[in-house]
Design a protein around this ligand. Structure first.
Ligand code: C2E
Ligand code: MG
Ligand code: MG
Length: 558
């Protein structure tokens, strides 16, 4: 290697080191001299100073909290066989700024010299801190999150065990939080979470508050002597919600659902106790707002059944556990069966017969209803084809369709493909939706009804009169049939019920809708309906839902 080349390499090192923000240091132990490069001085904002050894540097620059450790680490390095000295410490600049640095060094033992580098770690440490914060704190509220909650619960449970004390876990969720985001915008949702978290944090001294996810919060009430204390805290939260929250330029009213689980009564496991408070909160949501629910075993059993149903439903089609029964719809004046409603049944190997009223909502929540609904359409179409081939006459078969299915982009395509494949007229299928479904679908999705009608299918409104929806949709949307809900028929002997039924009949006549009275069970109900000119019924009085074989027998009779 010639000299010219060596000089060039030194130049390269110098440029790289100063450009890369690395400082160089060397401690000559025999000559009691420490060299610090320009970059080192730049980090610490000091001008050249003289040091006899590196301990003096540590003493001068390293933050007091890290100083003893830094000295220990250097001592250990000098007396041991460790190859490289590394120490991550905070230093204090002349301007009083804290910086994180990584000090590295290597011993040339024969020369009694330690040489090394100092790298600025401040940005890396700031990022690490942020990541750490994300792991343990909620970004919006700044409150500790679920990870911290579980750790805290572990400690509290231990304390409760040792001291035979009690604590409560309170789960609070803002109802319909998404509506606030949808109606006003996300910034209002964020503002609400911040204010609400402050409300919870200011409730009482012995409460720890955690932000879990979305609009869910958990409070731990420590060292309680009786249940009244828990109730008092919960009622306080509810009473805060009686007043409007000021969000940016608006006033917003909210309601919350609250669930409580108690330590040690309900569990001594940190994950379970949190889950139980959450389940109790969900129970409050089902019951309606402003509810406080204390966890008990029945809540857990309901949850367990729901989970089992959800799991078992996944295999219901494959295991051939689903089948359909058909309830006739008959015109009692013309003595004619005009059609059927297809009603799904499920007989599970573990749980036995489960009512659709129980499993359909679960299938809707899990999304399984889309596949199950397709299976129903396929099976009904098979039956229609079979009956048509055998020359049985009826107008249509009604299939219950959930809003989840209607929201699915492929719904209409799937429906059309099935009827085309089986060569069935679309008018043989009546899509049954509840009033709730119309409310459930947002404006942009309502178009689906027009498309269904355009393709030649029929639409019936199920359980009419129970959905609290505006009558306006009857004039805007294209329906064929109104099914008067069983609850009106049940009380038909009452004048008021009779008045509502007459009203629905007149309305339907004017709008050209067919009317079916649902759940007609007695002769009295039948006669009352005939009195006011309502002749089409579906109910036990004419027939319970029947299986496919009985269906053919019945069609043969009429
Ligand atoms: P729905 O559509 O209103 O069905 C009518 C329900 O009333 C059926 O209950 C039927 O068996 C019952 N019913 C009919 N006549 C009488 C009567 O005279 N007296 C009494 N007490 N009950 C009568 P089911 O089969 O238990 O169905 C309950 C609900 O489950 C249905 O209410 C419907 O909303 C839903 N459902 C059933 N099958 C399906 C399906 O394939 N898909 C969807 N999405 N929902 C379905
Ligand atoms: Mg129905
Ligand atoms: Mg109904």
């Amino acid at each position: 290697m010639n000299k010219g080349k060596i000089v060039k390499i030194y130049d390269v090192y110098n440029r790289a080191i100063s450009g890369g923000g690395i400082g160089i240091w060397e401690w000559n132990i025999e000559e009691n001299y420490v060299f610090l490069s320009e970059n080192c001085y730049r980090f610490i904002k000091y001008t050249n100073e003289k040091f006899n050894n590196f301990y003096e540097c540590i003493d001068k620059f390293v933050l007091m909290q890290d100083r003893d450790r830094a000295i220990e680490e250097l001592k250990l390095f000098t007396i041991s066989n460790i190859d490289v000295y590394t120490s991550e410490v905070r230093i204090l600049t002349k301007e009083g700024k804290e910086k994180w640095v990584l000090i590295k060094g290597k011993y040339s033992k024969n020369k009694k010299i330690i040489s090394g580098s100092i790298t600025d770690l401040t940005i890396k440490k700031q990022l690490e801190n942020k990541i750490e914060k994300l792991n343990y704190y909620d970004l919006i509220t700044g409150l500790p999150n679920r990870n911290v909650l579980i750790e805290k619960l572990k400690k509290i449970i231990k304390k409760c065990k040792n001291e035979k004390s009690k604590a409560a876990v309170i789960c609070v969720d803002i109802d319909n939080f998404n509506l606030i985001n949808d109606a006003f915008g996300c910034e209002y949702g964020v503002a609400l979470l911040k204010i609400f978290s402050q409300v919870l944090s200011s409730l009482k001294n012995n409460i720890d508050v955690f932000s879990i996810s979305g609009s869910k919060f958990v409070l731990i009430l420590n060292q309680i002597s009786n249940y009244c204390e828990i109730e008092e805290v919960c009622k306080n939260i509810l009473s805060y919600c009686d007043k409007p929250f000021r969000l940016i330029d608006n006033q917003v009213y909210i309601s919350v659902s609250i669930g409580v689980a108690c330590i040690p009564e309900n569990s001594l496991n940190e994950n379970d106790i949190y889950r139980y408070a959450d389940l109790a909160m969900q129970q409050s949501k089902i019951k309606g707002n402003k509810m406080i629910t204390f966890f008990d075993k029945s809540i857990y059993n309901k949850y367990l059944r729901k989970i089992t149903i959800e799991q078992e439903l996944r295999h219901a089609i494959k295991n051939e556990e689903l089948y359909i029964v058909y309830q006739p719809q008959a015109d009692m004046i013309k003595h004619k069966i005009i059609g059927f409603e297809a009603l799904l049944r499920w007989e599970n190997r573990k749980l036995g017969n489960i009512s659709p009223a129980e499993f359909i909502p679960i299938a809707e929540q899990s999304g399984a209803i889309v596949e199950i609904g397709e299976w129903v359409i396929n099976s009904v179409c098979d039956k229609i084809l079979e009956l048509s081939k055998a020359n049985y006459k009826f107008e249509s078969v009604a299939i219950n369709i959930s809003p989840v299915q209607l929201r699915n982009k492929n719904f209409l395509n799937t429906l059309e493909n099935i009827i085309h494949k089986k060569n069935i007229l679309p008018s043989m299928i009546e899509i049954e939706i509840t009033e709730g479904t119309i409310i459930d679908l947002k404006k942009s999705n309502i178009e689906i009804f027009n498309k269904i009608i355009e393709k030649g299918f029929k639409i019936a409104i199920d359980d009419f009169g129970t959905g609290y929806s505006s009558l306006n949709y009857l004039t805007i949307l294209p329906f064929n049939t109104l099914k008067i809900d069983k609850s009106f028929i049940d009380g038909i002997e009452k004048e008021k019920n009779m008045a509502v039924i007459s009203c629905i009949l007149n309305l339907s006549k004017a709008l050209n809708y067919k009317v079916i009275a649902e759940g007609v069970e007695t002769e009295l109900q039948m006669n009352k309906l005939l009195e006011i000119g309502s002749s089409i019924i579906q109910g036990y009085y004419f027939s319970k839902p029947i299986d496919e074989k009985e269906m053919e027998n019945l069609l043969g009779e009429f």
